[in-house]
Design a protein around this ligand. Structure first.
Ligand SMILES: [Zn+2]
Length: 102
């Protein structure tokens, strides 16, 4: 399934990058934005908990780096606004990231 492949791709990309502690370069951010815009176009303007959850670590990673995560990943942002369960999960994840990167 296409979404699964995309998630795996993004996760792999971030895992490699987070190892070397680099900033997200603008080209990568743009590529992600385009990819997610494309996903949005094919899947209407909402995602479910499974998809939000799949992107949660990437989203939290963006925020912990001071990136404009809500602009880069608007669907995830929207889902977190709507869904207390995922929001709770996200808050915990963000705390964990900030605790380990401090
Ligand atoms: Zn949810």
């Amino acid at each position: 399934m296409k979404i699964g492949k995309l998630v795996a791709f993004l996760r792999g990309m971030f895992r490699r990058r987070s190892n070397v502690q680099t900033q997200i370069d603008p080209a990568l951010a743009e590529q992600m934005r385009m990819t997610l815009t494309m996903v949005a176009a094919t899947r209407e303007q909402e995602i479910g908990c499974d998809e939000a959850y799949a992107f949660l670590d990437v989203y939290a990673d963006l925020i912990s780096r001071g990136e404009d995560a809500s602009a880069l990943m608007p669907l995830v942002h929207h889902h977190l606004e709507m869904c207390p369960d995922c929001r709770e999960e996200f808050d915990a994840l963000l705390l964990a990231i900030e605790a380990t990167s401090a």
